[in-house]
Design a protein around this ligand. Structure first.
Ligand code: GLP
Length: 238
């Protein structure tokens, strides 16, 4: 598989290199549409973007969102991203999911936006330790678009760590862009930090292309850039 590998020395370097890769990806695109992930991985990247103050404007496309939460719940991914990056950068156009609404309607809404405006120009993604992207867990078909999915216990546990138990029971379901939507993205930047991601990153990029490892769809994508710290990149050939 051909991909551009960018290795970072520490968190600050990771943030800076991810931002540079993002700006390169945006270069020359008029009114770009961008998928952004939540999670711990992108934190240094968002910090660098906030502090640089020269980020071009873009349309934000939600990658995923828990369902069944009230619209004022602190755990909503759209609130997380609003706080961390979208409000500071004054990104106004946001394609998000309404967690409290009927998921079937939300799926239709997002599909209609893609149909009318086209897919993402740049997808920025993280990777779960089981190879998930967004909330496309192992077994997710590569040809499915926006979906309502049940979260695995592993993912619920990993997500619990973001919030702590005082926020109540973790949602059991979520909306996610499907792999078919991610495939339509013109460019992809996959972010990975920490030794816990090393093995799955290697499997996703160099192992069998299989729905058991959702991120392995990337092996068939053009224009893929991996930004990883040394710990996450340790099993990759470079
Ligand atoms: C979460 C999110 C993904 C994210 C991944 C990795 O469950 N739904 O979008 O990329 O898991 O998270 P982290 O960066 O915290 O390791």
């Amino acid at each position: 598989m051909k991909y551009n590998l960018i290795i970072a020395d520490d968190d600050a370097d990771f943030g800076h290199k991810a931002k540079t890769a993002f700006y390169d990806a945006l270069n020359g695109i008029n009114r770009p549409k961008v998928i952004l992930p939540t999670g711990n991985t992108p934190a240094p990247f968002y910090k660098d973007l906030r502090e640089s103050g020269d980020c071009p404007s873009f349309t934000y496309i939600a990658l995923d969102e828990y369902t069944g939460l009230m619209e004022d719940d602190k755990r909503l991914f759209k609130k997380w991203l609003a706080q961390e990056i979208l409000d500071p950068l004054e990104i106004k156009v946001r394609w998000t999911f309404n967690s409290a609404a009927n998921p079937a309607c939300e799926i239709e809404k997002m599909r209609a936006l893609f149909f009318k405006n086209g897919h993402a120009d740049v997808a920025i993604l993280g990777i779960g330790e089981n190879g998930h992207v967004g909330f496309n867990e192992p077994g997710s078909p590569f040809n499915e678009s926006v979906r309502h999915v049940r979260l695995t216990e592993e993912t619920r546990k990993a997500n619990m760590a973001y919030w702590g138990e005082q926020y109540g029971v973790m949602p059991t379901h979520a909306l996610t862009l499907g792999i078919a939507d991610l495939i339509e993205s013109k460019k992809t930047i996959l972010l990975a930090r920490g030794a816990a991601k090393a093995e799955i990153l290697q499997r996703a990029l160099h192992g069998e292309i299989t729905t058991d490892v959702p991120a392995s769809y990337l092996q068939r994508q053009e224009n893929v850039t991996i930004v990883a710290d040394r710990a996450a990149a340790q099993l990759l050939p470079h």
